[in-house]
Design a protein around this ligand. Structure first.
Ligand code: GLC
Length: 795
């Protein structure tokens, strides 16, 4: 087992030292305005706002390799006629002669190479607030003789600015493309039928590309001419020959190859800058090149980018005895949470952009990771999601951020409601209020998606009522189209135990909020309702050693000793505990069962054994191969709930063991096993029920990023904002002697030190703020000042 790179926390980078990673390892550039993906071999694509309908830079999905084409620099030695690329792929020179390093940073990547005495360093980023990308290339001659090199850029423009149309609409899209050259700037039109007023870039279907720092000596704008009809990215015709043909595309696939010839004396470095953006040469290109097309400005923009992205990370920094955890929380998990918050499930190497809406439940959960980092910055998104709730309390399953019109949306047909959607508000909304102290947020009036409006507090009540008004034979909430688990369709007649626990938690949280708002009637309604629900839960949901999963429409009980497939289900064990429904005895047994039946070295399986024969109409997981995703796979998203359930019992060692099992950085030295990026979370890992045990899939965009960040910072490390102040209640491994956390809280920077002299997991014995003792574990907000020092001693 090998490692392909290491974490550099000082630079806030992950450094890939071997380019032949088990899969392409990717990163994000840009913003939600101008989005871009790049891999360690410079593969990837770009899009304006929507990966689906704003796609302008092409990458062909699910090919081999998984990440071509992208943003390439080809180099050619005009004496030897040898050629290579500044990233290992696509030319792929033998690795005993070619050295490559990729530094993935926050919203930038730097790919360096050393080959045949020539060093290159390519820096890719989108400057803050701009709609173009920089590819800055530094070329250094490390050999002892002068060198004559030709340099060729390469990328492909997606036809029709549409990821799907680019693949299928060939009889049309390839006859309307056009390339122009104006003042040495390449102009690309891929749909002349879209009018472009020079301003509104949405769907403008026009791009431009320029190279500065060396004279332009040629260009190639048709893919087939550059690569050759039977050529490929590894050996493009033009590079082999060393000369572009200066042909302007009028049809076919437009590519962006700009050629420069440079001669380098020994030790000499040359810097060329490629700018690639959207709009026309006249509307954006010329101006941008004039203003940004020089090394000084490029360096300035790069510094600004780093400062902007590094700033939110300063919100929470830790130093624990576990370096792997430090890498994740201080840099990568935080960044992963921000990226997931930004892009939801739309664009990655797996999600090809076609899903550009915000899945309701995912987006509300994504908030949890972003709240400590962005604070008030998440408010617009939170409000958007609240306006995705319908007047009946349910939700539109997918919010279309570009066209969403609160008050005017159509309610979905009955069979499309998910039973869990709005219940996630009980995690996100209180977390937002606790972080910011903005208790008035509960009084804010927001429209429902279809009709009417109400305060945020009333939105929360409607969320509970939606499920309380839709119950099955045993009085538990109906499962509807899905209940977090997309693979369970219980409908109106089946009942979801998971949602029963969510409702229980919701009622509990609602009662607490009502207390704070002085709404005694609401609090007592919630507590009364909770009591009644508890009775039903206790009557039907306990199976003796664990909680059942669900009740099907025909009365079949899933997740019970009497049903051989999916006998034990993780979610109901941990949510019984998180929601407070489980008795102490049930808690002990449920956690014991989970460990015995579901825990593996790579994480806790969602259920076991896998489904094979179960009713497909209800248990859709049957369709998946055994041991992956919802069919007895290790679902990363849920791992943090296991951690939280253990923390609630004070089992720091167990919680930490579960956490490390799915923590990407813990696999850095055996990255081949997991295959995907060791610096980001993923959706799922194959379990022992599959030959691929340990292999992970779907990196970056998953609810895991948010929950993993939240469970580590708020539960393991135990620093939890509450309306009244900051709770300090860590639950750590016994053998940790101490840890520190520097955290922003309501405008103040606070440093927290936790000492563990007696080697226990949980229990704060002494708590002081700036030397003054605090009773209990919650430091009143008013007692915290800027630079306050908190000391907590466990014992
Ligand atoms: C995927 C979906 C998420 C769902 C989960 C479990 O992660 O994005 O919405 O809850 O699968 O089915």
């Amino acid at each position: 087992m090998a490692s392909f790179g290491h974490f550099d926390d000082t630079a806030k980078e992950y450094v890939i030292t071997r380019p032949d990673t088990p899969r392409p390892w990717s990163n994000y550039l840009g913003s939600t305005e101008y989005g871009a993906i790049i891999t360690n071999n410079a593969g990837g694509y770009s899009f304006y706002k929507s990966g689906a309908t704003g796609r302008f830079l092409r990458m062909r999905f699910n090919s081999i390799p998984l990440d071509q084409p992208g943003r390439y620099f080809y180099l050619r030695d005009n004496e030897s006629q040898d050629y290579w690329s500044s990233s290992w792929q696509p030319v792929a020179k033998p690795l005993n002669k070619y050295k490559s390093t990729c530094r993935h940073g926050l919203a930038y990547s730097i790919i360096s190479s050393e080959y045949a005495g020539i060093e290159t360093e390519a820096t890719y980023f989108v400057p803050i607030g701009q709609t173009f990308e920089y590819w800055r290339l530094k070329v250094t001659n490390r050999s002892k003789r002068s060198r004559q090199l030709s340099l060729f850029t390469y990328c492909e423009f997606a036809n029709l600015w549409d990821t799907y149309q680019d693949l299928v609409n060939l009889q049309y899209s390839q006859f309307i493309t056009r390339a122009t050259m104006e003042d040495g700037i390449l102009g690309v039109t891929c749909n002349p039928h879209y009018d472009f007023d020079g301003k509104d870039l949405a769907g403008c279907a026009r791009s431009w590309m320029a190279l500065t720092g060396a004279p332009l000596v040629g260009y190639e704008t048709v893919r087939e001419r550059f690569l050759g009809i039977y050529g490929g990215y590894a050996s493009p015709d033009v590079v082999v020959k060393g000369q572009c043909s200066n042909f302007l595309a009028e049809g076919d696939n437009v590519c962006g190859s700009l050629q420069a010839n440079i001669s380098l004396e020994p030790g000499e470095t040359r810097e060329v800058i490629v700018l690639l953006g959207i709009g026309t040469v006249g509307s954006h290109g010329r101006k941008t090149v004039a203003e940004f097309g020089n090394p000084k400005r490029c360096a300035l923009e790069f510094d600004k980018l780093k400062q902007t992205w590094h700033a939110p990370l300063e919100s929470l920094q830790i130093e624990t005895p576990d370096q792997d955890l430090n890498h994740m929380i201080n840099v990568w998990n935080a960044y992963n949470a921000l990226i997931t918050f930004a892009w939801s499930r739309s664009a990655s190497l797996i999600y090809n952009g076609e899903r550009d809406g915000l899945g309701f439940r995912d987006t509300v959960q994504d908030m949890l990771g972003a709240i400590p980092l962005l604070r008030e910055g998440v408010k617009p998104r939170l409000e958007l999601m609240l306006t995705g709730q319908l007047a009946n309390g349910g939700a539109i399953p997918v919010i279309k951020p570009f066209t969403h019109r609160p008050g005017h949306e159509k309610a979905p047909p009955l069979e499309e409601y998910r039973s869990d959607d709005c219940l996630w508000f009980f995690n996100a909304v209180p977390a937002y209020v606790a972080e910011t102290g903005d208790i008035k947020f509960y009084d804010k009036v927001l429209p429902y998606a279809d009709k009417g409006k109400a305060t945020v507090f009333a939105h929360l009540r409607r969320a509970l009522e939606f499920n309380l008004e839709r119950t099955g034979r045993h009085g538990l909430p109906c499962g509807l189209a899905a209940d977090w688990n997309d693979c369970i369709r219980l409908g109106y007649k089946g009942e979801s135990v998971f949602v029963a626990f969510q409702v229980r938690l919701g009622l509990d949280v609602y009662a607490d909020i009502a207390d704070k708002l002085g709404k005694a009637d609401e609090a007592s309604w919630a507590r009364k309702t909770l009591k009644a629900l508890d009775k039903k839960i206790q009557k039907v949901c306990w199976d003796g050693e664990w909680f059942i999963w669900a009740i099907g429409q025909d009365g079949t009980i899933y997740g019970t000793k009497n049903f051989s497939e999916g006998q034990v289900y993780m979610n109901t064990q941990v949510w019984a505990i998180i929601s407070g429904a489980a008795t102490p005895d049930q808690t002990k047994r449920a956690l014991r069962t989970m460990k015995k039946r579901l825990a593996t070295p790579y994480g806790v399986m969602l259920c076991a054994p896998p489904f094979i024969k179960a009713d497909r109409e209800i248990m859709k997981a049957t369709l998946f191969n055994s041991g992956i995703k919802e069919n007895a796979g290790i679902f990363s998203h849920t791992q943090s709930w296991g951690v939280m359930a253990e923390c609630l019992q004070g089992n720091g060692d167990q919680a930490y063991e579960y956490y490390r099992a799915f923590m990407p950085s813990a696999y850095n030295d055996r990255a081949e096993l997991r295959q995907v990026e060791p610096y980001v979370h993923c959706q799922t890992t194959y379990s022992k029920f599959n030959h691929n045990e340990g292999v992970s899939r779907v990196p970056w965009l998953s609810g895991t990023a948010s929950w993993a960040y939240y469970s580590a910072t708020h539960w393991l490390l135990g620093v939890r904002p509450e309306i009244d102040g900051l709770r300090i209640d860590p639950c750590i491994p016994k053998n940790w002697p101490s840890f520190t956390m520097n955290r922003h809280f309501r405008g103040n920077k606070i440093s927290i030190e936790v000492r563990n002299p007696s080697g226990i997991c949980r229990g704060v014995k002494i708590l002081t703020v700036d030397g003054e003792t605090v009773s209990g574990c919650v430091i009143p907000a008013g007692q915290l000042k800027n630079n306050s020092k908190v000391l907590a001693v466990l014992g």
